[in-house]
Design a protein around this ligand. Structure first.
Ligand code: GDP
Ligand code: IMO
Ligand code: MG
Length: 422
């Protein structure tokens, strides 16, 4: 039995979707465990490109079962759009998708409150998908869950009660017009009709599968430095993308986990606000963005780009228990004469012993770089590790030594077949 966790090792968009698609060939079930439609996981197969927001990236392999776990927050409209888009592309969803009855629902007021708070002074640069406000209600114990859809009376009562409270907030604090409760109730009752067949007690479904010896891959969204506990707070998302979150977000106990694979981009990117020590605000950063096509898969925003930060990924390795990594986008570095890697930080000339997650210190660090020679050669058609130029191998070795993991996969392009397994 194998239960693997896929975790983003940086600030998201490391290429988790592509690697989950590759690995799901060897797994029977893929489970998304946190986040929501703030995620955008891209999988390219031949000339087709799929961007998944809520449905696990395993859906593109027809014999794989997909589960949206209890830790996920579900926007009904985003989910229905995604199901439709996949079906239009000939992907069969029925009988293959299971949605946890304990997952929380994103409501229209969550998206509205997200956008209102982003227009104020304490901006995070969120995706505007209502993620933070939905998790606020979850932890305030007033959230509406998928299970509530199953009893129309309960659903109506809960929506009315929540909207009363939100309308008060909207009117009195934000001077905003009130929401129409009847329209929202109707919208969510319609939603129930459309997803009823997918709703399951996924915790027991997963445990039955484990008892039968089935293999499970847990797909994280976002990345370690966006984790609400371990990331660069407050510039984080509102869930736990780290490996611990995979257990709480699926109901699988830590004792069943057999591997944690970190997805590591060969350089660093970040979307939204917050400190980013190796960010390049010059033409080198521009070049990374252009060659790497670094524009958000969900919002289309340009991603901030910078050199690989081994000090940061080492922290990520520690928090997640990463032993093996999949390195992505190595091909993007192919035309650089020199490549820098951050191996530590200093503040006022004093070297830091450990990665600081507090805003004050992280905003004031100076990265310590080592410079490696580039390989100046197209690697996007390489099929084996041996085929890579020796300088590219040196770069991988340096990443592995400075960040403390073994490398299991090297990705040299967005497509399925541009993948080297070591
Ligand atoms: P995720 O959120 O971690 O799944 O990553 P995204 O899908 O948001 O962003 C990764 C982007 O890089 C997508 O456009 C992928 O198609 C693309 N990609 C993944 N791996 C590689 C790679 O090895 N090389 C290149 N050039 N692109 C890649
Ligand atoms: P995937 O799964 C990159 C960022 C947002 C913002 C912060 C909070 O594709 O890697 P939120 O909407 O979650 O409240 O925004 O988190 N963010 C992501 N950045 N990749 C993602 O997902 C992200 N999901 C959220 O840009 O800075
Ligand atoms: Mg993404």
């Amino acid at each position: 039995m194998s239960v693997g966790i896929i975790v983003g090792s940086q600030w998201g968009d490391e290429g988790k979707g592509k690697i989950v698609d590759i690995l799901s060939e060897k797994y029977e079930i893929v489970v998304r465990y946190q986040g929501g439609a703030n995620a955008g996981h891209t999988v390219e197969i031949g000339d087709k490109k799929f961007i998944l927001h809520l449905i696990p990236s395993g859906i593109l392999r027809e014999d794989v079962i997909c589960v949206i776990g209890n830790g996920v927050v579900i926007d009904p409209k985003a989910l229905l759009d995604e199901i439709k888009q996949l079906e239009d592309l000939g992907i069969n969803i029925k009988g293959r998708l299971f949605i946890s009855h304990n997952a929380h629902l994103i409501m229209p007021y969550h998206k509205l409150l997200d956008s209102i708070s982003e227009s104020g002074t304490s901006k995070i640069g969120t995706t505007g998908r209502g993620i933070g406000p939905c998790y606020i209600d979850k932890y305030a114990r007033s959230g509406i869950r998928i299970v509530d859809l199953l009893d129309k009376k309960v659903l109506e009562e809960k929506i009315r009660c929540n909207i009363d409270e939100k309308n008060n907030l909207l009117k009195k604090i934000y001077n905003h017009s009130e929401l129409n409760v009847d329209e929202i109730i109707k919208e969510y009752l319609d939603f129930d009709d459309q997803i009823d067949e997918y709703i399951t007690d996924t915790t027991h479904f997963i445990h039955n599968a484990l008892d039968e010896g089935r293999s499970i891959l847990l797909e994280g969204a976002q990345g370690t430095l966006l984790d609400v506990d371990h990331g660069t707070y407050p510039y984080v998302t509102s869930s736990n993308p780290t490996s611990g979150g995979a257990c709480t977000g699926s109901g699988i106990p830590p004792t069943k986990i057999t591997s944690v694979v970190g997805i590591v981009k060969a350089y660093t990117t970040r979307v939204g606000l917050g400190p980013f020590p190796t960010e390049l605000l010059d033409e080198t950063g521009e070049k990374l963005r252009k060659i790497g096509a670094e524009f958000g898969a969900t919002t289309g925003r340009p991603r901030r780009c910078g050199w690989y930060d081994a000090f940061l990924v080492n922290y990520s390795r520690m928090i997640n228990g990463i032993e093996r990594a999949a390195i992505t986008k190595l091909d993007v570095l192919s035309s650089f004469e020199e490549i820098k890697v951050c191996v530590g930080y200093e503040i006022n000339g004093k070297k830091l012993k450990s990665f600081p997650t507090d805003l004050n210190r992280l905003s004031n660090v100076t990265p310590i770089y080592e410079t490696l020679p580039g390989w100046n050669e197209d690697i996007s058609t390489a099929k084996t590790y041996e085929e890579l130029p020796w300088r590219a191998k040196d770069y991988l070795l340096f990443m592995s030594q400075t960040s403390g993991f073994e490398i299991g996969i090297v990705s040299v392009g967005p497509k399925r077949d541009q993948t080297i397994e070591l």
